[in-house]
Design a protein around this ligand. Structure first.
Ligand code: 3HC
Ligand code: NAI
Length: 714
């Protein structure tokens, strides 16, 4: 006998997200809320109603919950956070499932994450199919598992395994989940319904009893569990610098150890709400959606990517080698071209060095290295690129050299091949105009080290065709990069904004703050390193060369701080030379303060006629952020970035901006745009040439709007 009952959906959508029907004595509950069965209010209501129906219908002996489509359940509906809560709350739904007087089985396939796993942990029996992704990733959103995950997972898997899952947020497969005790059975096949029904039949045949996770014995040895938690607490205090929710997870698990289940649940709820109310939750959830939203660009929506199976790279230096490794790691064959035999030998060595490092650390076998390197070909002849689908040029940053390379690519590459440049600053419209096929030319601006850094700016020149841009986005996904669409200008999104806030840091240094104080203020904000440490890491010579190149075109009225030049003139280029702004004795990577640098700074202040003044860390941060946000607004205003969120993603993934703050534009919204504008106007009284309020910022403040209003997703 089979009968279908639709649970009414609370929303306007006419398709019920939860349906139930009887298959014999089994009530089959199907969750269908595309794309990933998130637990919005209608799903929660549907699940609650299904359990009530199971209790009420004497013909039901067992409940089977499964997800339709590609997921079991990807968790709470993240879009609901920050909105007024709507009943029933997820912990109450979970408790209703657990309290059901008839056995409840969860049949898992695909993602079972966060609240999705918590639903499964509230069921009495769990089956997971191969390909399942189980996890409690709430920490990545600034949260803790708030529907019993902190109470049930330790009871099932023990403190150590459960807390490790919650602190890392990592996804595990069915086999590992079974080993940890989070699932009872690893099923076969891909259909959770048929696997679930077979499991249900077995359980019914055995008259399997209701078996609640709240009664599971994982915390029976209290002393051992407490010792594990104490060790994890000490470790977390050290490692989770600046993050709010990790210690809250520890506190919630402490409650699981100390309190009866229902009281532990209450404590978990209180701690969950503290996380919900924290600015970090707002920042991290903004980052979650922004990272997905950046993929939505007009060209990628209008056109299909061109197929690409082979890649060419011109130049085997720092960037060319990193790009080649990134492509090899993604399984693509790579042909690298260099200018002569010596250079291509060095290019190949640069690539091999990365894999040798992995082999030396035991993270790759020599056989695996050989297999990867078999996909690499080096050549000194452009003819080797005749058949590749996409070429990335990464030669010296000089227009003449780039144009010569593009002339060769134009000559040899097959029609339809995508021709990309990794230039940091040069005019890609000019490069495109120099070839016979400007529609195929695009910017692919990788960040160093290119095989590690996630950001990829996709720079869109005027004449490029939409399918080339779509191909660039498809390549980014293949290489597991986070792509951001940028327009052509000096420095695109990231380096253009960097130049401005970096100048603000130099101004502060000359006016009285030490580089060490500025770095400290920014580390306190959440950056892994301050700007002067970054400069020492990247090598001062790079910026020095750029400054010399631009000296002739610099506005003579604009303020120019010469401290960096004085340091570079001494050959102090940072870590690689053992000193820069910091001293690096015997190759140390952490720098020490250098009194000689402070003396240079003093001498430069005197030369410029500046009487140094004291800066508070708060003022340093305000000036640094005001400069960043103001130029970010200019970049959006001029259409270089599509939306403020594109600036946010650029800074989180390319410039170390703390992800939990969401990005500079989100940060500005949280501080309040009137405050940022007031700061800029105050600073403009000292230096009106440098501090010019962005027209977009002025407009938004006048309208009482914020940057989020320009992001479609918010
Ligand atoms: N809520 C709302 N929307 C969600 C969502 C969620 N939990 N998870 C994914 N989505 C949306 C995405 O925004 C995206 O929307 P778009 O198409 O409009 O851009 C769409 O679903 C597809 O997502 P992806 O592009 O990320 O698809 P993938 O196949 O690459 O990845 C996934 C699927 C692994 C499920 C990934 O989306 C993911 O990690 N989701 C978040 C999982 C998560 O963090 N869950 C915990 C939520 S917090 C919670 O449960 C609190 C509880 O403890 C009380
Ligand atoms: P690099 O100096 O390390 O490497 C450049 C390589 O190009 C050298 O190996 C050189 O032999 C080769 N080369 C020069 N002329 C050539 C030609 N005509 N044909 C073939 N090969 C030629 O330089 P790097 O740092 O790798 O930079 C390359 C490009 O990437 C530049 O445009 C740079 O602006 C850009 N870039 C650099 C970043 C960095 O952090 N180093 C970051 C992002 C972009």
């Amino acid at each position: 006998m089979s009968q279908a009952v639709a649970t009414p959906n609370a929303g306007a959508d006419t398709t019920p997200p939860v349906t139930q029907r009887r298959e014999g004595a089994v009530l089959v509950v199907t969750i269908s809320n595309p794309p990933v069965n998130a637990l919005g209010v209608a799903v929660r209501r549907g699940l609650q109603a299904a359990i009530a129906e199971a209790e009420a219908d004497a013909a039901v002996a067992l409940v089977l919950i499964h997800g339709a489509g590609r997921a079991f359940i990807a968790g709470a509906d993240i879009r609901e956070f920050g909105q007024p809560p709507q009943a029933p709350a997820l912990p109450d739904v979970c408790r209703a499932i657990e309290q059901c007087s008839k056995p409840v089985v969860a049949a898992i396939h695909g993602p079972a994450l966060g609240g999705g796993l918590e639903i499964a942990l509230s069921a009495h029996y769990r089956l997971a199919l191969p390909g399942s992704k189980l996890g409690l990733p709430e920490v990545q959103l600034g949260l803790l598992p708030g529907s019993g995950g902190t109470q049930r997972a330790p009871r099932l898997a023990g403190v150590k395994a459960a807390v490790e899952l919650m602190l890392s947020g990592r996804h595990i497969g069915a086999e590992e989940a079974a080993k940890l005790g989070l699932v009872d059975r690893v099923g076969a096949g891909t259909d959770p319904l048929s696997a679930g029904l077979a499991y249900a039949a077995e359980l019914l045949a055995q008259s399997a009893p209701v078996r609640r996770s709240c009664d599971a014995p994982g915390l029976a040895d209290r002393a051992a569990a407490q010792a594990e938690l104490d060790a994890l607490r000490a470790d977390t205090a050290k490692k989770s610098k600046g993050l709010f929710s990790p210690m809250k997870i520890i506190e919630a698990v402490q409650a699981a150890l100390e309190l009866p289940f229902d009281e532990g649940m209450k404590r978990e709820r209180e701690l969950f709400w503290q996380c919900i109310d924290s600015p970090q939750r707002a920042g991290l959830i903004h980052a979650f959606f922004a990272e997905r939203e950046v993929l939505k660009v007009p060209e990628a929506q209008a056109a299909q990517p061109r197929p690409f199976a082979t890649l060419g790279v011109v130049g085997g230096g720092t960037m060319g080698a990193g790009i080649a490794v990134s492509a090899l790691d993604a399984g693509l064959p790579v042909t690298m071209v260099e200018r002569d035999a010596e250079s291509i030998a060095r290019g190949r060595a640069n690539v091999e060095k990365v894999y040798d490092g992995l082999v030396a650390k035991g993270r790759m076998t020599p056989e695996a290295k050989a297999a990867v390197m078999a996909r690499y070909t080096g050549s000194t002849s452009y003819e080797a690129l005749a058949q590749v689908d996409l070429v990335i040029e990464a030669v010296f940053e000089e227009m003449g050299v780039k144009k010569a390379v593009f002339a060769e690519l134009d000559r040899v590459c097959k029609p339809g091949a995508v021709l990309a440049t990794n230039t940091s600053y040069l005019d890609i419209d000019e490069i495109a105009a120099s070839v016979s096929r400007p529609q195929d030319v695009v910017g692919l601006h990788f960040f160093s080290p290119a095989n590690i850094m996630k950001l990829l700016e996709i720079v869109v020149p005027a004449q490029v065709s939409a399918d080339v841009v779509a191909t660039a986005f498809a390549l980014a996904q293949k290489l597991k990069k986070v792509p951001v669409r940028a327009g052509v200008c000096d420095g695109f999104i990231g380096n253009r904004i960097l130049a401005v806030y970096r100048a603000a840091a130099d101004h502060m240094m000359e006016d009285g703050a030490s580089p060490y104080q500025i770095d400290q203020a920014l580390r306190d904000f959440g950056y892994p390193m301050g700007p002067f440490q970054v400069s020492d890491l990247a090598g001062g010579d790079i910026g020095w060369a750029t400054r010399k190149r631009r000296a002739a075109t610099r506005d003579p009225k604009a303020r120019y701080v010469q401290i960096a030049d004085r340091i570079c003139e001494r050959g102090w280029f940072g870590q690689k030379t053992g000193r820069g702004y910091y001293l690096y004795p015997a190759g140390a990577r952490t720098g020490e303060m250098d009194p000689e640098v402070l003396a240079i700074v003093d001498a430069e202040r005197e030369r410029a006629g500046i009487t140094p003044r004291a800066f508070s860390n708060d003022e340093i941060l305000r000036r640094y952020m005001a400069a960043m946000v103001n130029e970010g607004a200019n970049v959006v205003h001029q259409g270089i970035a599509l939306r403020p969120l594109d600036v946010d993603v650029t800074f989180v993934y390319g410039y170390g901006f703390p992800r939990y703050r969401g990005g500079p534009m989100k940060y500005a919204d949280m501080v309040g745009l009137p405050q940022i504008l007031a700061d800029i106007e105050a600073f403009a009284k000292e230096d009106p040439l440098f501090w010019k309020p962005s027209p977009l910022l002025v407009e938004l403040v006048a309208k009482g709007a914020n940057f989020a209003s320009l992001n479609q997703s918010e």
